[in-house]
Each structure stands twice: as C-alpha cells, then as structure tokens.
Design a protein around this ligand. Sequence first.
Ligand code: GLP
Length: 260
Amino acid sequence: MEVVIVESVAELGSIVADAIESLLERKPDAVLGLATGSSPVPVYDELLARFARGRISFGRARAFLLDEYVGLPHGHPESYRSVIERSFTRRVDFAPGAVMGPDGNACDLTAACAAYESAIASAGGVDLQLLGVGADGHIGFNEPGSSLGSRTRLKTLTSQTRVDNARFFESKDNVPRHVLTQGVGTILDARHLVLVASGSGKAEPVAKVVEGPVTAMVPGSALQLHPHVTVVLDEVAASALALSDYYRETWAAKPPWQGL
Ligand code: GLP
C-alpha cells in the first residue's frame, strides 16, 4: 500500500487525475470505478478541467458506480446515479450507456446485484477504482461486519451513516435505510484501488484502514490485502498515521517514472 500525503485537496485531485490520464493514454477503453461522496470531488474537478482543455477523453472508457440507494425514484437528485452524472460523467464525453450503477429500483434486487456483477465481469473488470472512506471505515456502503469476501448485494445502513448523509436529504429520516453496494470482494477485484480522504473527520478511519488490523469491523482495512493500493491524503486526514514520516520520505524519494 502506497500512502501519499499532499498539502492541499487540489494536489490530491491532480495526483489522482494524473493516474487516470495515464491509464487512459495506455488504455483508452479503460474501465473506471467511480465513487460518490465529497472526497473524490477534487479528482472529478481536475478531470473536468483537463477534459475542457482537450487533454483527456472518456469517449471509449466505461465506468461503474460503487453503490446506490434503494427505492429513490429514477432521477431523484440525491440518487448516486444523479449525483455522479451532475458532478462528472454528463460533463465529459462518456458514450451513452457507458456509465452503469446498481439498479436500486429493480423489482428483484438480488437479480439486479447478480446482473451488476456480470456487467463488471463482461467489461473485463475495473482498471482503477476510486474510493472514499466512511467515518466507520466503510468503503462503498460496506458497513462494519461486512464480509471481506462479499459481492454486490443489499445492505442496511448504520444509523451513523444515515446521520452522516442526512445533509443531502434534509433529515436523517429521509435517508434510505437500504442500499445496493459492490461487496468488499468485488472492490478488491479491481486492478488498482485509489482511496482519497481529506479533513479531520477522516483521520481516525484512515489510520484504521491503513495501519489497523484487517477486520470486517473496518471494511476498508481489506485494502491491505490488495497488491496495488494508493491512498492519497491531505495533512489532516493523515494526522493519526504512525508511519507518516516514512510515507513522506518514500514519496519524496520515488522515481518519477514509477507513477502511482
Ligand atoms: C458514502 C459513500 C461512500 C463514501 C462515504 C464517505 O457512505 N457510499 O462511497 O466513501 O460516503 O463520503 P464523503 O467522501 O462525502 O465523506
């Protein structure tokens, strides 16, 4: 696991956008895994800026979302599908149908989860998966206790996650209880995992994910089992890490040709 500590969220966005740009240069039809939430916004903003300058194209790429609320009407402004379209995918040149998410309105949710797994596999798997982390160490919507081998499935949100997401729904009561999320095992199948976090609320979950024991109680800690993980943090989100000096030295001494 490589930990990169940056001075600003703009730098965080730029470093991760570099990795995505370089992936698309090598493989224009790459499969991206997209996350919602505020953490990846600097990445999307930087990609939008590069797209506007003609430096990057998503015309042959595909994308899969991590998760979706169950039961929000199609087009609801807070469905993750709407959020990612508004903040990123509709503003670049993805082809129609190239961006997929779990169908939280399916009559048969179990079948929808299986179909989503098949769609990811048929696309050849995810090349680069962007991730944020929840206050309790969740990735996607894999709450504590999630099997580290789990696949896309229905989950029930914890009370804390519903409180955390209430800001988008006026009140916690309006936050759906149920979601569909890629499983921890699904996420670990991606070839490169890039977790981004900024701000003081992330210091504790980041320390648990990066340096704590691997445990289903902190689903993000499963990233320690993956061969290619990059964690990009601002100074505050990195502030509870025991080995932060070592991560800084390693990054400063990294040969530029290595990339992320
Ligand atoms: C939600 C999403 C996660 C995200 C987390 C943190 O629970 N399902 O994918 O990582 O929120 O969100 P934020 O980045 O806004 O702190």
